[in-house]
Structures are given as structure tokens and as C-alpha cells.
Design a protein around this ligand. Structure first.
Ligand SMILES: [Zn+2]
Length: 355
């Protein structure tokens, strides 16, 4: 595991201000990702309630705004004492059925993946998730309910440059015919492919640069899925007690069981891409990379992040260039602070693919 303390690697400043407006236009035309130059949090606290897909138990969570450099943390309050667990792959306890984080003192938070995807997908850097149970609610099996809450709360920029983990060299992990690859790229691009025997799914591929709009419109509504035969086995073992057709696309006899059908023709691969956004988010910072996976899942995604962080030559921290608002003297002698336009342009410059 690489040393993740802030001082461990020199933060490298990227980009220059020259011709940034031109690059903004180019960036927009090419649909390049807007990653934002400043760290963010949410505008106010928002609460959600639901059930845990594995425990079947009711659960409430509250997303709380957090200060710069807090990252994403879970504050677990159902135990004798309050415990905070950082959403980082260092604290991943299990990936068998869902992503479970655990603290050194044994507190657990399960099924964090879709909430993590929503926070990372919507470019929220700092938030504390208060939770009164050991499992994040499954909601409708997608990330959309979390995205709606984040949008309700609003996104607030903080006065600190956003820090990224920049991938410097290819990292490849494999597992029983599945593989994942992290490649250098000045942006965040996903290329996710799945291949299932059942004709309901078959071979599906999703490729896109990621930004909050793409995440919300193309991935967030895609639900988790499962096969009836597996669900019955899980139920027999006391798992998936909260799983139902309200939160899972169920496949039986090469048919989708849910009466409402699919939300996208390729909802399955979109959900896998959503999962990858959340799993890669466990690097602790947004990544600058292209991630390709074939028949991947939580375990493979986590393995890729762990392999990356374990190789100190494979990554470095980079801070987005930070530009203070320009002060402009007007003809009537007033001094105005210009809007964040300059920061936006620099961010677009930063995000442009220069590979
Ligand atoms: Zn999922």
C-alpha cells in the first residue's frame, strides 16, 4: 500500500493560463470532462431512509457538508460509541456480496458502492455520511436517489484546489478471465465491457468520458441486477434479505422478471460502470486515468486501485491549478471580484486531454 499522506508525494501543478479560453471552447466542442478546479462539498444536510439490501433492516443516513480535505467519511452511530470510517480501499473489509468498510475497532458499513458512485460521479470531494445502521440503504438499486439528494443540497465550492491521483503508467490486474486496466489519461474515462451467457445480457460495452452530467444522465439510474437462482441461495444463507423487485433487476429463465422492464436497453453494463465509479472512488481522491475492464466487478475494481496505490511509481498527486478571483477596477472606481469564470477556464484547460 502506498503512503497516502499528503506530504508523501510532491503535488505537481498542471496547466498554464495561456489561451485557456480557446482550450475551453475546444474542450466543450470535444465533450471533454469538466472536472472542476476547487474541492467541493454539499450545500446543506440531506437525509434519506430505506432498507439494507442484505440486512433487510430499516436505515437512515444523513449527508452532512464537510470541510476541505475531509474526504468522504462514514460516521456510524448505532454502536456504543460513534466511529468514523474513511471511504478508502485501506478500510475495505469484504467484497463478496457488496463493498464493506470496517474500522480498526470493528465497526462496519456495508453496501457503500452506490452512494460512493453518486458522490464521486457528482464530483463531491468532502462529505460526512451519518448512518444509524451497519448498511447503506439500497434505495431503488441505483445511484439516482443519492444523486437527487446531492442535487437538492446543491454543490458548494471550497477555497482549496481539488487534488487528484494521476495515473502515470499502466496497471493491469486479472482474475479468472476478467481483467482491469488503469491507463494514464488527463481526464476520467471509463471503458467497461461485460459478457454473460444469458441472451438477456450477452456482450455489452459502455465507453464515455465522465463528468457529473454524464454520470447523472447515463449511469445513475441503472439498477443492480441478479439471477433468481442466486438470490434464492442467498436468501437460504440469510443474505439479501432486503432484495426485491423494487431494488434489483431479476433475471430468470433468460427473461427480466420485473414487470416494468429495463430502464436502458444496456442497463446491466451501465450499472457495472456505475459500480466502477464508486469502487475507483475508494482511492480516496478522484483519479486522472482511463479505466478499462472486461467482466469486472467490485473485487476486480478494488484490486486495480490497490495495485495502483501499492506501486509508488505508478501515480502521483496533482492539484488542479488554483486561480484567485480577478479583481477588476471599473470606470466608477469600484473594484469588482470577477466570477469564477477564470477558474472554470483553467479547469477546462486542466481537464483537456493532452496525451
Ligand atoms: Zn452495484
Amino acid at each position: 500500500m502506498g503512503d497516502l499522506s499528503i506530504g508523501a508525494k510532491d503535488a505537481e501543478m498542471l496547466g498554464d493560463n495561456a489561451s485557456s479560453s480557446l482550450k475551453l471552447k475546444k474542450s466543450k466542442m470535444n465533450g471533454r470532462p469538466y472536472l472542476g478546479a476547487k474541492q467541493t462539498t454539499i450545500g446543506r444536510a440531506v437525509a434519506l431512509t430505506g432498507v439494507g439490501v442484505h440486512s433487510g433492516a430499516p436505515v437512515s443516513i444523513t449527508l452532512q457538508p464537510a470541510d476541505m480535505n475531509t474526504g468522504i467519511r462514514f460516521a456510524v452511530s448505532h454502536l456504543d460509541k460513534d466511529v468514523e470510517i474513511k471511504a478508502h480501499c485501506e478500510f475495505v473489509d469484504s467484497l463478496t456480496l457488496c463493498t464493506v468498510l470496517s474500522s480498526k475497532c470493528g465497526a462496519l458499513v456495508a453496501t457503500v458502492e452506490h452512494l460512493m458512485a453518486a458522490l464521486r460521479g457528482m464530483s463531491i470531494d468532502n462529505v460526512v455520511v451519518e448512518i444509524d445502521s451497519g448498511e447503506v440503504p439500497i434505495m431503488d438499486g441505483s445511484a439516482m436517489p443519492f444523486v437527487r439528494s446531492i442535487e437538492e443540497a446543491g454543490t458548494v465550492e471550497l477555497d482549496a484546489p481539488r487534488r487528484f491521483i494521476k495515473v502515470l503508467k499502466p496497471i493491469q490486474v486479472e482474475e479468472k478471465g476478467c481483467w482491469g486496466q488503469l491507463l494514464p489519461f488527463n481526464g476520467f474515462r471509463l471503458d467497461v465491457e461485460i459478457d454473460f451467457e444469458t441472451p438477456v445480457i450477452g456482450r455489452q460495452r459502455f465507453v464515455s468520458d465522465m463528468n457529473p452530467e454524464v454520470f447523472r444522465d447515463e449511469l445513475a439510474r441503472a439498477r443492480t441486477f441478479g439471477f433468481m437462482a442466486d438470490v434464492e441461495k442467498l436468501w437460504a444463507g440469510g443474505h439479501a434479505l432486503g432484495a426485491s423487485l423494487d431494488n434489483t433487476v431479476a433475471i430468470d429463465d433468460d427473461k427480466v422478471v420485473n414487470r416494468e422492464g429495463l430502464r436502458f436497453a444496456d442497463e446491466f453494463v451501465r450499472h457495472k460502470a456505475l459500480d466502477a465509479v464508486g469502487d475507483l472512488g475508494l482511492a480516496g481522491y478522484p483519479l486522472l486515468c482511463s479505466y478499462k475492464s472486461y467482466r469486472g466487478g467490485h473485487a476486480l475494481n478494488a484490486k486495480a486501485v490497490q495495485a495502483l496505490l501499492a506501486d509508488e511509481e505508478a501515480w502521483t498527486f496533482v492539484d488542479a491549478p488554483f486561480v484567485a478571483p480577478a479583481r477588476v477596477a471599473t470606470s466608477d472606481g469600484l473594484v469588482n471580484e470577477q466570477s469564477t469564470g477564470s477558474a472554470v477556464m483553467v479547469a477546462a484547460n486542466f481537464a483537456a486531454d493532452r496525451n
